[in-house]
Design a protein around this ligand. Structure first.
Ligand code: GLY
Length: 377
């Protein structure tokens, strides 16, 4: 691997965020398209990743430009919550990186209240019979009402945080139930994960696993495994729960064992040789962040050091292979894939790839800013 300075890379990435501020205007990056992003209004699940990049950049640089740009977007998040625009389980992603991050860094009470209201909306999606949070669709949807998805583990930190903030245990209780249901039904023999799982929403009876973005129902969608590694690690931290921690460790070991020597993961670890051999660098970045978190949680010091070392290797390799430095390019991390199966944004910039790559740089540079767990509270 090349000799890479993480501090210099981090500063370069932050400068790229700065250059993007006027380019994005009042909109938000959605899918990457070559060197640029397709921009959209604040009406989809990915919009907070850009705001998260702004808050990370502010936390590192203390440059008010980033703070002003992030703060001026909060009313738009307030508007979409009031009007329930594109509301699904990704309220967690949306309001952790916008409202909670703002509260954490500026102590703005409006941001705090917005994050709590988002948590109130999120718990409406809980199905008590199956003990899961419904991922997609309207609450009365006859099909989607029965579906949970593994990505939702990353939405739970908003609920744990809301209980921590308000003293009301109801949010954390639902988050813990959902995490346990995910562990029970979505983690398979061999430490792999289903992307999505269905229940009979009337009785709560489990039906079975199904993919949405993976190669097949029983394949191993790489980003789903990455969400699970980081999500279970965060659940372990908030719940102080050994089972959650063990699960995250096992899934992380499986992920690492599946990687080729290239270290930039393919989009699905079970794609056959004659299937599309496309990368999903975002899964590498999310896993790096998950492994950095695991390194802070495991008590065995050799294992902790090993997770830290592997997270660093992933971050360095992503820097070498995928970090974009062209001045006219709008993303940080090349080769993320949104949905290879339907050809939607394959090997492009994606806002979540950029965000988690930046978070991994920040952590590796020794300045961890934790918007998900308890460490920064
Ligand atoms: N949470 C949706 C995705 O990872 O594509």
């Amino acid at each position: 691997m090349q000799d890479i300075s993480i501090e210099a890379t981090l500063q370069q990435a932050i400068e790229q965020v700065r250059i993007n501020i006027p380019r994005f205007g009042d909109q938000y990056p959605h899918n990457g398209d070559g060197k640029v992003y397709v921009l959209r209004d604040n009406d989809h699940w990915m919009t907070s990743f850009w705001v998260g990049e702004l808050w990370l950049s502010y936390a590192i640089s203390q440059d008010e430009t980033f703070r002003r740009e992030a703060e001026r977007r909060l009313p738009s998040f307030e508007y979409r919550l009031t009007h329930r625009i594109h509301e699904d389980h990704d309220l967690g992603f949306l309001y952790t990186l916008s409202a909670r991050a703002e509260w954490q860094l500026t102590h703005d009470p409006v941001a705090r209240q917005l994050a709590i209201t988002a948590a109130d909306h999120l718990i409406e999606r809980f199905h008590p019979k199956g003990e899961y949070i419904q991922a997609w669709g309207a609450l009365n949807d006859p099909v989607e009402g029965g579906r949970m998805i593994v990505d939702c583990l990353m939405n739970l930190p908003l609920l744990f945080w809301a209980s921590h903030e308000t003293g009301d245990p109801k949010y954390a209780e639902i988050a813990a139930k959902h995490a346990r249901t995910t562990r029970r039904y979505q983690v398979r023999e061999g430490d792999t994960t289903y992307h999505t799982f269905f229940f009979n929403q009337d009785t709560g009876e489990p039906i079975g696993g199904k993919t949405a973005q993976g190669y097949a129902d029983d394949s191993l969608w790489t980003r789903g495994q990455a969400w699970a590694i980081y999500g279970f690690a965060l659940a372990a931290e908030w719940m102080n729960d050994r089972e959650m921690l063990d699960t995250s460790i096992r899934l992380a070991e499986r992920f690492w064992a599946e990687l080729s020597s290239d270290l930039v993961p393919l989009w699905d670890f079970r794609v056959p040789p004659d299937g599309p051999q496309k990368r999903d660098s975002s899964a590498g970045a999310i896993t790096a962040c998950g492994m950095f978190k695991l390194a802070t949680l495991v008590s065995d010091s050799a294992l902790a050091a090993s997770f830290r070392e592997r997270a660093e290797k992933l971050t360095l390799r992503l820097t070498e292979a995928c970090f974009e430095t062209a001045p006219d390019a709008q993303g940080l991390l090349r080769d993320s894939s949104y949905n290879v199966k339907n050809g939607n944004a394959v090997e492009q910039f994606m806002p979540f790839g950029d965000y988690y790559y930046l978070e991994s740089l920040v952590t590796m540079a020794g300045k961890p800013i934790d918007f998900w767990g308890k460490a920064s509270l």
